[in-house]
Design a protein around this ligand. Sequence first.
Ligand SMILES: Cc1cc2nc3c(=O)[nH]c(=O)nc-3n(C[C@H](O)[C@H](O)[C@H](O)COP(=O)(O)OP(=O)(O)OC[C@H]3O[C@@H](n4cnc5c(N)ncnc54)[C@H](O)[C@@H]3O)c2cc1C
Length: 263
Amino acid sequence: MPLRQILILNNKEITSGYFLMKLSSPRIAQNTLPGQFLHIKCSTNNNLLLRRPLSIHRVINKDTIEILYKVVGKGTLCLSKKKKGEKIDCIGPLGNGFQLPKTDNQKHKTEIILVAGGIGIAPLIFLSQELAKSRIVAFLGAKTKDEILCAKELKNMNAEIHVSTEDGSLGYKGLVSNLLKNKLLTLNSKLSIIYACGPKGMLKEIALLSKEHQIPCQVSFEQFMGCGIGICNACVIRTKQGYKRVCKDGPVFDAEEIDWEKI
Ligand SMILES: Cc1cc2nc3c(=O)[nH]c(=O)nc-3n(C[C@H](O)[C@H](O)[C@H](O)COP(=O)(O)OP(=O)(O)OC[C@H]3O[C@@H](n4cnc5c(N)ncnc54)[C@H](O)[C@@H]3O)c2cc1C
């Protein structure tokens, strides 16, 4: 299991409660797939034994990666206090990652539909980097406008961006799944593939829409996790083939595979 002390190059708050951490790791930068994650020991304190899973947000160059995280509890709070020059203990990259569309012999460009619920945007930027030659249509949803992240990065990749906020402070007022529902009518679904990351309820709605419109869809779960390497089974979810481990069999699953009734 690859386990390393990784040097922090930067750790800055980009908007209230959200941090971008730059890490120096040629090994991870050169051996990771979009959708994979790091299992991070956020503190050496004994009452914080469990690692916390965070997605690889961006590969900046062959030596450097970034993670983007929201402070929600003890672990992420400890992480937010880390300073440039300190090291953190990471296992990874872990998990399966997104499957990229096959581009060989394709006459028409695949239309990539990204759907991010809040911090679910984190792994989708690395994915967009890898799919930069495709047409990207991104749906970004959050509670309020300050939590709409990475719109600038997506714009720089020429993505078409649609925004929803639950309080109506930016873009469509309501859930991102409803926004997608409205827009799907105008997209060329035959050439589309959906990649979604966010809370389970959102993923379920997106999966239903993808089925209705017959669009292939991959979903990435932000599940509670224990070991991160497939041993403890703390992160299992119900699939049509029985329980699967989000850390080892996922975090990315084909939406068709999930037993959404029991999620
Ligand atoms: C594969 C994977 C990739 C992830 N990538 C990212 C990422 O890139 N950026 C990011 O900010 N977060 C990501 N997460 C979620 C992140 O792991 C949790 O937010 C983090 O573990 C919380 O740790 P904590 O100690 O700060 O909070 P805790 O003290 O453990 O929990 C604080 C509060 O947050 C809730 N919470 C904690 N973990 C989760 C969770 N996984 N889902 C829903 N609610 C939760 C708890 O119910 C509690 O209310 C990812 C999760 C997975 C499984």
